[in-house]
Write a protein that binds this ligand. Structure first.
Ligand SMILES: [Zn+2]
Length: 415
């Protein structure tokens, strides 16, 4: 059973618009569309035009988000928010972000085409800055909508030393008016986002879409190891204090500990050895640890275990160790009622509903401060994202669109 008359057409239509939006980019490979850039302006105006065509009241808000409202049958709110982000990383693909915006927009266009209004409004949002590529700040768009756009954001600077505040003025926004972008909690009944999976799980399970259970929490730490730098030729193996070998063992401990917990992943993405010379035993090594899980208990237990293991490894090798936690971000669960309604929506498309966590961050993290959230993933080829190689199929997009429309049309609020 489908809520679309012709799903295949919908998939093609949505992807065509993703491609059209993808042509609004800085020069170079793939898509580069950064917060408060001329490309941001052009993309926002394009999306706002499409929203108006779909029967929505659309505007670019005080933070640069595009907000389109399809009012309820009584002519107003409250609104179910749906959408995703329109900014990108450098040399990105066409679908990370825009697929969620344009699928949401298409769902409303279908309702509008049928002359159908719901007992609540639907608000489609194209968030202005999820990736945080330009100013190294994330979720600026959704933080504006939930009233969390603080001084840290205003003062963040891009590579040329231009602050967000200055860039906003250049873009034609009044930074002091950013509070007007924020929604009242009673205006919202929830936030639901469709996004590419950015991982290989759906492809491995041979499923086009999946139901997200939570956005994983994260621990990030920097570990510094101090040994004794010395000549690579003169110091016998048994007489060394080599911090790089300790780092290698710690990296393996990250793999072992993360593998022991369900839905938990751990990564050492950076190692630096100093002085970094082919004929010198390193004297100092720093490495990073990134640990994620949808269950905060598991993440905290895993990190404690890793902390103990790393100290034991360092002690055995006679090297000093300093472990500095630089981020401890709570997991952001999808509301149980949203998960069960999304499960029913996925089933309505004839697809077995697979539940999976999101290891990547999303605007839902900021939205959850104000309202219940839900997410649906669409399979992407080989799990690749943040690359021009990013790829989805029209059939998968159509199935995702159908599930999202089913979710919107049957939305029951909090059970
Ligand atoms: Zn994204």
């Amino acid at each position: 059973m489908s809520t679309y008359l012709n799903e295949t057409d919908a998939g093609r239509r949505i992807m065509q618009r993703c491609d059209e939006l993808g042509s609004i980019t800085e020069p170079g490979a793939g898509v580069t569309r950064l917060y408060l850039s001329p490309q941001h302006r052009m993309a926002a105006e394009t999306i706002a035009g499409w929203m108006r065509d779909a029967g929505m009241d659309a505007r670019i808000d005080e933070a640069g988000n595009v907000v389109g409202r399809y009012h309820s049958d009584s002519g107003g709110g409250p609104y179910l928010l749906t959408g995703s982000h329109m900014d990108s990383v450098v040399h990105a693909g066409c679908y990370d972000g825009p697929l969620g915006v344009l699928t949401s927009l298409d769902c409303v266009a279908v309702l509008h085409g049928r002359g159908r209004r719901l007992p609540f409004g639907v608000e489609v949002v194209a968030f202005a800055d999820e990736e945080g590529t330009r100013f190294r700040t994330t979720l600026a768009g959704s933080r504006a909508i939930t009233g969390q756009f603080g001084e840290d954001l205003f003062n963040a600077k891009d590579g040329d030393g231009l602050s967000v505040r200055e860039a906003m003025m250049e873009f034609g926004l009044d930074p002091d008016a950013v509070g007007k972008a924020s929604h009242r909690p009673d205006e919202l009944i929830g936030y639901v986002e469709l996004h590419i999976e950015q991982g290989p799980v759906l492809q491995a399970a041979d499923l086009p879409i999946g139901v997200v259970t939570a956005i994983s929490g994260q621990t990030r730490a920097v570990i510094k190891l101090k040994g004794a730098a010395n000549h690579a030729g003169t110091v016998p193996m048994g007489m060394r204090k080599d911090p790089l070998l300790a780092a290698a063992e710690i990296a393996l401990a990250v793999e072992r500990v993360a593998s022991a917990y369900p839905d938990t992943v751990g990564t050492v993405g950076f190692i630096k050895a100093e002085p970094g010379s082919i004929n010198v035993i390193p004297g100092e090594v720093s490495l990073t640890v990134d640990l994620r899980s949808q269950a905060d208990d598991n993440r905290h237990s895993a990190f404690r275990e890793l902390d103990i293991a790393a100290r034991a490894i360092a002690a055995l090798r006679g090297v000093g160790i300093d472990i500095n936690t630089i981020l401890d971000l709570k997991s952001c669960p999808c509301a149980p009622g949203f998960v069960s309604q999304m499960t029913a929506s996925v089933e309505s498309t004839g697809v077995r509903p697979l539940h999976l966590p999101s290891g990547a961050g999303h605007d839902g993290m900021a939205m959850s401060a104000m309202t219940d959230i839900g997410m649906i993933f669409v399979r992407c080829k080989d799990g690749i994202s943040h690359s021009p190689e990013e790829s989805v199929t029209a059939a998968d997009v159509a199935t995702g669109a159908s599930a999202l429309l089913h979710f919107i049309e049957n939305f029951q609020g909090r059970p």
